[in-house]
Design a protein around this ligand. Sequence first.
Ligand code: SAH
Ligand code: SF4
Ligand code: F3S
Length: 436
Amino acid sequence: MNYSIITYGCQMNVHESEKIAGILKEKGYERESPLEEADIIVFNTCCIRENAENHAFGNIGALKKLKREKKNLIIAVGGCMAQEEGKAELLRKKFPFIDIVFGTHNLCEFGELIERKRARRKAVVSLLPERGETEDHIEPVRRSYPNAWVNITYGCNNFCSYCIVPYVRGRERSRRAEDILREVRTLLEEGYKEITLLGQNVNSYNSDGQGGMSFPELLDAVAGMGGKYRVRFMTSHPKDFSEELARVMKARENVCNLLHLPAQSGNDRILSLMNRRYTREKYLAEIAMLRGYIPDCPVTTDLIVGFPTETEEEFEDTLSLVREAKFASAFTFVYSPRTGTKAAAMEGQISEDVSKERIMRLVEQVNENTRALSATFVGKTTEILCEDFDEKKGLYLGRNEGGRMGYFESERNVIGEFVNLKVERANGISLYGKLV
Ligand code: SAH
Ligand code: SF4
Ligand code: F3S
């Protein structure tokens, strides 16, 4: 039988979709297929911003006809949006043809839900309260060789005032270090070449005492298994970034010299309203500390414009932060009010026009940084882990340790190999050149 999974949202969700594929495989769905040929279609949703939700709503709605023509097709909706308060009911009201709704706390149960659906005609909805689980015992069907994602924490305790994640993912739980290390060892034996450790705030790993070691210790152990491979991690929260971590990044050759450190804003009043618990000064001091250990270490970030009450001057502090911190690249977002969060109830919501104008200026500044850094690679050689072949371009591609995307020709298939790229030209975060 065939399956399709449509994934929205962050890397965490991309990996969760690999677990969903694992569950589907166990239930006899062996082949991934286009929507029209699928026996089951799973939407793994996100609710971080309104447009993520609208996107999913649109795509689910578009299946009405297919479902009418194909009575045995099962349509399942899971993930963060499904877990959101009241959304399961709304989904079923809007789209009565949905067969299964499951939340983020139901992943292990998804297989059972499929069987229940097969046994009866009625739709099944199962939104469990949080159960504090840290091990899901699901064998993922990994789809991103040579990269492998490994969860180290689930949930989040930070309650940034704009963010819905703590409400839909529950409290932060750390997996036991020995389970993580076992998983990594197996992945390396299977030939994976890049391990990315995943958590909403990796620096607070073991805050519940369940991990058994600190994040820098864990990172050191993950990186110390011998052989050639890379280690990445995301996301780091500036309030918990430590010198110990910078030391491990420097000491371990295979921990990529790249830090994703979401700043959100460059203004202290807004940072405080966001409940981020650091100042611009502390943020910049952390980057300086890191670059003391690793000169010019690339730092990437997430930025939000149009947070309630943000003034023009406060927005300009974000612009100047982009220059001052010399970000290697950045994800930029227009603030989106999320029901139930503190910020959504604040006075002084910013108009769409103002936010749009601000994001355009921010994107321009970020692009300037991106171009400037990419240009420094031209004429130099950089090591790339080849990940894929781009059919349209007719070129192989992969990233260097700092996350620049390298494109090149090759006579033989080099996916999964480390290669050296002599860069001839750059475009955005992409580098083009020849293998040497
Ligand atoms: N845990 C990570 C990121 C989680 S979500 C962290 O704390 O850094 C990824 C990004 O989405 C956030 O960094 C933030 O920039 C953005 N984001 C989250 N909620 C948002 C909202 N309500 N509106 C706009 N952007 C938001
Ligand atoms: Fe959301 Fe903040 Fe947690 Fe990140 S740290 S997931 S932005 S609450
Ligand atoms: Fe990720 Fe979206 Fe959920 S960003 S944690 S999938 S709300």
